[in-house]
Design a protein around this ligand. Sequence first.
Ligand code: C2E
Ligand code: CA
Ligand code: CA
Length: 721
Amino acid sequence: MSLKPNLLIKVLASIASFGIIVGAIYATMTWAAGQADETAIQRQDSLVRLVVSKMQERIAHDQESATVWDDAVRKVREGDREWIDANLGSWMHTYFGHDAAFVIGPANDLIYGYSDVDTDPEKAYSTVSLKVRELIEDLRERLATGDTSGLSRTMLSIGETDIVSINGSPAIVSIKPIVSDSGEIQDVAGKQPLHIALRYLDADFAQSLGADYLFAEMQFAWAREDVERRYFPLAARDRTAMGYLSWKPFLPGTAVLQATKPAMILGTVLVAGALAGLVVLLQGRADRLRKSQGELYYLAHHDPLSGLPNRAAFKAEVEKTLATSEAAVLFLDLDRFKQINDTLGHPVGDRLIVDVAARLKSAVSAGAMVARIGGDEFTVLVPASKSVDVEQLAEQLIAAIRQPFEIDGQPILIGLSIGIAFSSPGNSEARDILRRADIALYSAKSTGRNRYVIFGAHMEEMAKTRRDLEQDLRAALDSRTQIEVHYQPVYAAENSHLIGVEALARWRHPIKGLIQPDVFISIAEDAGLIDRLGEQILQTALADAKKWPSLSVAVNASAVELRSDTYALRVAAALERANFDPSRLEIEITESAVLGNEDACRRNINSLRQLGVGFALDDFGTGFSSFGRLQQLDVDRIKIDRCFVAAYGTENNNGIVQAMISLAHAKGLKITAEGIETNEQKAWLCALGCDDLQGYLLCKPVLPEMISDMYNRLRAVNSQK
Ligand code: C2E
Ligand code: CA
Ligand code: CA
């Protein structure tokens, strides 16, 4: 498992703080252990001191068992060496373990001597006497002065004791006078015989001391040489050092500490491990939580298809930006995206959106934000601080989208319209700038696609005008007097005879005057008025055309109308009511009408065709997949769009038109060329084999009275024939 650096830091920090706590506990324990050890050592020292002094006392006490005794006084006076040996000498060695015993007379002369280290008592005493002379003198003086200090029920006679070094070995020496126990025998004070007992503080002594009082490895040492050991200094009364009793001190604190150490280390490791595990676990949980929060946040703020920020995120960003600075907002809308989606399917549409998003993103510099706010609607936010030339950016975006896309090997061409709005110092409302960009986009789309439009104050006016017009159109439809129909004649190519008319709607607004269909058809579509409008136009056209029985009449149908389930029914009813020959009526539809709701469209077309109504595909060549569409649609005619006519003579164009015509002919369709403005165009289209011709060159749309005049003149000519 590899830890992320910050997680590692957290784990280490937790372990470190745990370590500090453990360290503090350990330090406290060590301190307490030290205190316990210290107390224990002091006790052991006191014990040794006590034992040594008790030993001195005991030797004195041992001596008194024989020195305070009438017999002893007597036998010493007599010089009974045997008796002395049995009671004051070797006996004391066997019985009390004394190492040497000497009895000296009033002049400190050796009366008796015993030593278990030296077979020659004289020599032994000569060594000892040097060390104990002062003690002897002291004692005799005290005896002479009748000093009785220190006497008690258990201490019957005064004495002197000290620790002396004999031949390099420390020894307890105790001196007692040999006195009468009954008081019957008296010596001269200070001149009593003395008994000197010696007990070496040697290995033997140390060992038995250790065994008796449970000191570990108790031994005699000349110097302090081992820090682990305890040393009790043996010293004479005059403080002369005599070496040490040394033992391994019993350290209860350390012992406890040592005993608990493994458990403590194990516990520490376990707790640290558990702690680290816990931190990793919690961190993992926090990470997951943060991640899922992040994912939720991402989902709430991003468009899942393109990965771009969504509408909500964009709006929030605009608000944020406008709070501190000026900015430009671009509204982008793909031209003809709906058609692609409908013809090639949603999966292709989705992939196109993804590709478009990628291109937009790479065209927009860092610092600007691209968002997808709807099906084929994108937005760009450019903060003023980025000092981006917004118009140049708009051009770049359009150019980027204009480049053909390729999906599944199929080239796809689409366009882009852009509306731009700049924030103004007085107005930092996000809602306002978004609305303005939207209005500008609308303007861009309605004034021709693949372009950008910057919001101007007049557009707000336009938007208002549009709302006003919508109201006025409602009133116009109610009044049934304002909607007029003009007619543009259609001529046979072969002989230029008038053969039909195309009905084109006009709105005679009571105040604004004549309004063109380009303006009000889309308003009617948006406002849901197109069905009523279409019906009025159809009724008017049928009524007018009744006067021109030999002419066909073409009526334009809006895409919105054609998708309605009741369209065919309404047309049939109008034909019925006007008692009009259905075969004289031709309905012009555009490709986009058929897209999206093909079933409803086809049903409308088929049922009307069964009545004899003809259908023409208008604006042919501008749609998305014109040729493909021809296979599926049951139409009688195509109308070559006037942009192809206007482009007469330019490269490629003539070939395309020629191809369209031969294809249509091959399928048995009639062909009308519309928008003919020059004789060259007319001659060219005639030569290519167009059936019918239409255009300003031949005749502009005119009032029905004009058509009546033309029709009557035609009849006059014909009847003359
Ligand atoms: P459209 O169906 O393609 O109609 C032909 C348009 O081309 C007409 O414009 C006509 O005046 C114009 N035109 C004809 N010859 C020439 C020419 O030689 N040069 C030029 N530059 N233009 C020419 P109009 O009447 O303004 O209609 C515009 C569009 O409005 C129509 O295009 C049609 O799509 C729609 N429209 C017109 N009347 C109706 C209607 O009653 N119902 C529906 N749904 N749409 C209508
Ligand atoms: Ca038309
Ligand atoms: Ca047309």
